[in-house]
Design a protein around this ligand. Structure first.
Ligand SMILES: [Zn+2]
Length: 475
């Protein structure tokens, strides 16, 4: 009972007015003007570190982050499977009344073609209200927002009901063996949390105005399927019934034309419903129709989406896209083998062996072997719950900071949240506001002019702060 007695003493000593002032100081909103200077400084500094992968070299970013965290008095550790590709994990302790909240950003970026960049890719040039650089929206934005939230919690001496864990991981862009896989395998106790926030969502602006916010609550599981047609080699002047090129071509065409059955989950059902509510009537009709129980209505909507909004078509099902085809080496030789590779994005709860069996049925050719050539790289996990206090906090923060609706989404691509979901952490993908027009104009993630509005970077920091404090601050 010593601590209670101590607190009572403070109350008596400072009086009511002093206590109120103290409470106010603890709960005070940060001085956002001052915060913006720090945010921009860290953002530019991180963008200027070339962490393009391969080779990655993320340790330069890890070192930078560790120094910042040390300076702020936030305990941080470096974990590295490869000394050049280190990860950072930092923790602010809470009372332990609730399980931890993890906030995460990856330090690696994809490679660049320097000739294509108007501003050098690692210059973090400010121009017309934007900051340009590789990683501007993937993922040094999330990284800095999470870092700033940690700094503000520490500086404000905010009492917490749960630990807040900061993770800056290497290798998200297809070298997860040095990043999230390594962390989950070797140091999961340091990451274990009830909730995590990472990349994967975002706020969409149209014509400069906020239209809606997406929060990613689950993602599809990437997997590769190989179609291998075998036959007897022979002279091209004598066509053979067993020609593997012919058999493979037929198999590829059948798989390519096949659209696996529609299967919705809590997230995608809510996604299309909420999107319908905020879309023009002629488009909204398709989003509503795809939820219909009438197979004919649903099929018509599905056809429209496949033609006009293929990402939405992919969200309805496990998808299969044949993307590589190889076979033959001389025009007058019938080869003995031809192979195709199909990019499969499985619904998170798909039975992978049963799906392979379905593909075999679609191929319907005993001379074509259908197989997974490699093990799965990302586990399938449970979707984060829409009735959780985390999703409610996210929605409330979206309303407060962006004054718009929240739409839960299932990512068709893969992120490092998959590994955490595989361990039972409920993960939510968030991101700053970007213009819908930016993507097609070549300013998006992985583009040659990746950029983010400074004003939106700062708004995203406030958004992070809002969610984290409402989930973690002592009540
Ligand atoms: Zn990313």
């Amino acid at each position: 009972m010593r601590s209670r007695f101590g607190k009572a003493l403070v109350c008596v000593a400072t009086g009511v007015a002093g206590f109120v002032a103290l409470a106010r100081a603890q709960n005070a909103e940060p001085d956002w003007r001052a915060v913006e200077e720090d945010t921009l400084r860290h953002y530019q500094a991180l963008l200027r570190l070339d962490t393009s992968s391969p080779p990655g070299n993320e340790s330069i970013a890890a070192q930078y982050l560790k120094e910042v965290l040390d300076r702020e008095g936030i305990p941080a550790q470096i974990f590295a499977a490869d000394p050049q590709r280190a990860n950072v994990v930092a923790r602010l302790k809470g009372s332990g009344r609730k399980r931890p909240l993890l906030i995460m950003g990856h330090t690696d970026v994809v490679t660049v073609d320097p000739a294509k960049w108007r501003f050098p890719a690692f210059s973090a040039t400010r121009d017309g209200g934007y900051v340009y650089g590789r990683g501007a929206v993937d993922d040094k934005d999330n990284l800095v927002a999470a870092l700033m939230t940690m700094i503000l919690l520490k500086r404000g001496n905010v009492a917490l009901d749960r630990d807040v864990i900061f993770v800056a991981e290497a290798g998200e862009e297809s070298s997860t063996n040095v990043g999230i896989d390594f962390l989950v395998r070797e140091h999961f106790a340091e990451l274990d949390a009830e909730y995590c926030l990472a990349e994967g969502g975002g706020v969409t602006r149209k014509g400069g105005a906020v239209a809606y916010a997406t929060v990613q609550t689950l993602e599809k599981v990437p997997r590769r399927i190989e179609l291998v047609a075998g036959g007897v080699a022979g002279h091209g002047s004598v066509p053979l019934k067993t020609n593997p090129v012919v058999h493979l071509a037929g198999a590829v065409a059948r798989v390519g034309e096949w659209r696996p059955p529609i299967r919705l989950n809590e997230t995608t059902a809510a996604y299309f419903k909420r999107l319908a509510d905020i879309s023009p009537p002629e488009v909204a009709k398709h989003y509503r129709d795809v939820l219909s129980n009438d197979p004919a209505i649903r099929k018509a909507a599905d056809d429209w989406l496949f033609e006009n909004e293929p990402r939405h078509s992919s969200m309805l099902r496990t998808s299969a896209s044949p993307n590589i085809i190889t076979g033959g080496y001389r025009f007058n030789v019938i080869p003995s083998q031809a192979t195709a590779t199909v990019d499969v994005r499985l619904l998170p709860d798909e039975d992978q062996e049963a799906f392979l069996e379905q593909v075999r049925k679609v191929v319907n050719d005993p001379s074509v072997e259908v197989r997974y050539p490699t093990a799965a790289t990302r586990p399938g996990g449970r979707e984060a719950r829409l009735d959780s206090d985390a999703f409610r906090a996210l929605e409330a923060a979206v309303t407060r900071i962006y004054d718009t609706v929240t739409v839960p989404t299932m990512g068709t691509g893969a992120t490092d949240m998959a590994q955490l979901r595989g361990k039972g952490v409920q993960c939510f993908g968030i991101g700053p506001a970007t213009d819908l027009e930016d993507g097609p104009q070549g300013f998006g993630a992985h583009s040659d002019q990746e950029r983010l509005l400074e004003s939106e970077l700062h708004r995203f920091v406030r958004f992070n702060w809002d969610i984290v404090t409402s989930l973690a601050k002592a009540k």
